[in-house]
Design a protein around this ligand. Structure first.
Ligand code: TXA
Ligand code: MG
Length: 315
């Protein structure tokens, strides 16, 4: 199959919507990362998403919807979820909610669970595509399973070309790390730090979240220790390069390349996955990448989560 690169003009968006309606797969830009979208009601489309990514089928997908109003067709919005939706949707937040009976989603999307992960993205191209296709879109990040997430159309092409019908090019993703995932089918629990900070969420809820690793926090099926893996080895909390290492700087720690010279976490998140790819090609497959420390607050929590997984022993 030849993967088409479609520019996100109104005509391009209409073309992408037609591909989705015919059961095809389209990588779409969102404000976090590019997602590999398919019709969430259609088992064949969803099965093709798992196959294209080589993703284990026990790892459920996020369903993307055009607006908050359409959520209740698929899930029950709990009172806390309603408040979070009002504060953060459209935006980089995913909520795991009780699945509604008769929602009509393929059971492959939820991996057979009684909950469903839902997100209303803010990117204008994603919103236009959701409206044009008029479908709930299942979309994991558009990368081969376990590898670095894509924040540009070229990243998607490098990983999935020949396996999907099209990539809709909407430029570089502004947030650069995936959505924050909260479980809201019980006490509010953080499953994955991401584009909305824990501090912002706790301010809206008025209480603290259960954290990943807390014994009462449910496990997100897809949170594997090794993920976002480049070819090169990765070392964290480095203040200088060892021989043969490419040092990625942050703030006062100056490297060959930098996440943010100013020590700005928003800029660092936006750059993260592109810099990880760039450092990988500078280091070469036998080389190593060293990352300067990033503070564990705000978006730093999501950045450090991704870096720890990139550095984890590979399966
Ligand atoms: O920013 C994002 O969230 C991007 C864009 C494309 O929206 N998507 C994304 O999808 O990061 P993915 O598939 O790479 O990560 C989805 C995560 C997985 O860790 C999965 O296990 C978890 O969401 N998840 C999905 N449904 C779930 C459920 N019902 N319960 C618990 N975790 C769930
Ligand atoms: Mg992913």
């Amino acid at each position: 199959m030849e993967t088409r690169l479609i520019t996100a003009t109104p005509e391009g968006i209409a073309e992408a919507a037609a591909i989705l309606r015919a059961g095809g797969l389209v990588a779409m830009p969102t404000e976090t990362v590019y997602g590999l979208a398919g019709d969430a009601r259609d088992g064949r489309s969803v099965a093709r998403i798992y196959a294209a990514k080589n993703r284990p089928s026990f790892n459920p997908l996020i369903v993307h919807l055009p607006d908050v109003e359409s959520v209740s067709r698929y899930a029950h919005l709990t009172p806390e979820a309603e408040r979070l939706a009002a504060a953060f949707w459209p935006g980089p937040l995913t909520m795991v909610l009780p699945l509604r009976d008769g929602a009509g989603l393929s059971p492959l999307v939820t991996a057979g669970l009684t909950t469903v992960a839902i997100r209303v993205p803010a990117h204008p191209v994603a919103r236009a595509l959701l409206r044009a296709a008029d479908l709930p879109l299942a979309a994991p990040s558009a990368n081969p399973s376990g590898r670095v997430s894509p924040t540009r159309a070229a990243h998607v092409m490098a990983g999935l070309s020949g396996r999907i019908e099209a990539v809709l090019d909407g430029g570089a993703c502004a947030v650069g790390v995936e959505s924050t995932i909260l479980a809201l089918d019980g006490p509010a629990a953080l499953l994955r730090p991401g584009g909305v900070s824990v501090e912002e969420i706790e301010a809206v809820l008025g209480h603290s979240l259960l954290m990943p690793g807390d014994p009462t926090t449910p496990k997100a099926p897809g949170q594997l220790a090794s993920h976002y893996a480049p070819e090169a080895r990765v070392r964290l909390n480095a203040t200088a390069a060892a021989p043969g290492e490419v040092l990625v700087g942050f703030g006062a720690v100056r490297g060959q390349i930098s996440l943010s010279d100013q020590g700005d976490l928003i800029e660092a998140a936006a750059n993260l996955f592109h810099i990880l790819r760039e450092a990988d090609s500078l280091a070469g497959p036998l080389g190593a990448i060293a990352f300067a420390p990033v503070p564990e607050s705000g978006l730093g929590r999501a950045i450090n989560d991704r870096l720890r997984r990139a550095a984890a022993p590979r399966p």
